[in-house]
Design a protein around this ligand. Structure first.
Ligand SMILES: *Cc1c(COP(=O)(O)O)cnc(C)c1O
Length: 387
């Protein structure tokens, strides 16, 4: 089976992990801070806080921005459930904004409309979580304008987009947002097995995230209110164990050194796909100007009149060993979210979902494999189009 995505591990990654296993610290040693420093260097963010998953990072991002009971958080329905769950974990309500039919990111015109209605109704969101779908950034300049006008905070869920550029800045630099989150799950651009990170330019946000990453416990108060002795530590808020291990950080450092190579490979394959699928019935992903994608996913769409064949095409390609996938079932369609409230005006997200198909894309995909993906997908669409 040609997988839609997978990690790219080489001998130097293995050696880096082995070194940690033979060292003094498996966790809370020197490598997590070093990985954080390298993430800052790479993205130009002032602070990075590495954690055990992007889900934890999103949770801490919301908590650090003060999201709580009675707050509203808006996000895109075209994402993994974690982008919305993080706000629910804080006790907030979640609503969704429709997607742009070209980029499949949150639609800024739909957002602007929804904000103007919410202002009248007195139900503006505290935070908007945007998702850089497939590795392509949202229009952050326009988003930042809306944030100023309506007073909401911005979290970028850049789980797909470490290494992407927007307006000549690296995604993660938080030029137009309060916090950015990365995922290092094996299918993403670089991996630490499980892992994630928070990037921010705010020292206050970074400090809160660091504290809550480790039980809300600090040793900074020694000599102050809880000074029983040199062993003292103080829990000052409710926290979690969301720490990354040094084993994971070692892998992350080793992987980050190769990120340009990974994205170069992904981009080359994506360009080949876009060239080959330019003729025929498949709809190829739109690339916005003024930015470069990290190419986490390559998503084809069936034209609307052929959408009814998506399941058949999916099944046939799977049978031929082409590991296609669907990203994503709109989050508001999940049974859990259906029970919470009603959602309106998400037509583009639903139309997109009915017609999308992710084809394999990762750095280790061989020319032979991408050729097979192309010919199998072309044959399938021709077959259903000529019915
Ligand atoms: C993968 C992913 C997550 C969750 O990442 P984990 O590191 O697995 O917790 C969140 N949001 C998006 C958009 C993702 O793709």
């Amino acid at each position: 089976m040609i997988k839609y995505g997978k990690q790219c591990i080489s001998q130097d990654d293995i050696a880096a992990v082995k070194d940690v296993l033979q060292s003094e610290f498996l966790t809370q040693g020197p490598l997590v801070p070093l990985f954080e420093e390298k993430l800052c260097d790479y993205t130009n963010a002032k602070h990075a806080v590495a954690v055990n998953s992007a889900t934890s990072a999103l949770h801490l991002a919301c908590l650090s921005l003060g999201v709580g009971v009675g707050d509203l958080v808006w996000t895109s329905p075209n994402t993994f459930v974690a982008s919305a769950n993080c706000a629910i974990m804080c006790g907030a309500d979640v609503d969704f904004v429709d997607i742009d039919p070209l980029t499949y990111n949150i639609s800024l015109s739909a957002l602007a409309d929804k904000l103007s209605r919410a202002e009248i109704e007195g139900s503006l969101p505290k935070v908007v979580i945007v998702v850089h779908f497939s590795g392509q950034s949202c229009d952050m300049i326009e988003l930042a304008k809306l944030s100023k006008r309506y007073g909401f905070l911005i979290i970028e869920d850049a789980s797909h987009a470490i290494g992407a550029r927007y307006n000549e800045q690296m995604v993660g630099g938080c030029c137009y947002s309060d916090v950015t989150v990365f995922s290092f799950h094996p299918v993403k651009i670089i991996t630490t097995a499980e892992g994630g990170a928070i990037l921010t330019n705010s020292e206050a946000i970074a400090k809160k995230a660091q504290l809550m990453r480790s039980h809300g416990v600090t040793r900074d108060l020694i000599g102050q209110e809880h000074a029983d002795g040199p062993w003292s530590y103080s829990q000052v808020c409710l926290g979690y164990n969301y720490r990354m291990t040094d084993i994971q950080a070692a892998l992350g450092i080793s992987q980050l050194a190769k990120i340009d190579e990974f994205i170069f490979r992904r981009t080359a394959i994506a360009h080949k796909y876009s060239y080959e699928f330019a003729s025929g019935n498949w709809i190829t992903p739109h690339q916005s100007t003024g930015q470069t994608s990290a190419w986490h996913l390559y998503v084809l769409r069936l034209p609307e009149h052929l959408s009814t064949y998506r399941k058949e095409v999916y099944t046939n390609l799977q049978k031929q060993g082409v590991g296609v996938n669907v990203h994503y079932i709109p989050v508001h369609k999940q049974p859990y979210y259906q029970k919470l409230r009603e959602y309106t005006d998400l037509n583009e997200a639903e139309k997109y979902y009915a017609s999308c198909l992710t084809i394999p894309l990762h750095p280790l995909l061989s020319q032979q494999e991408s050729d097979k993906v192309i010919s199998a997908a072309q044959k399938e669409i021709e077959r259903v189009a000529t019915r």
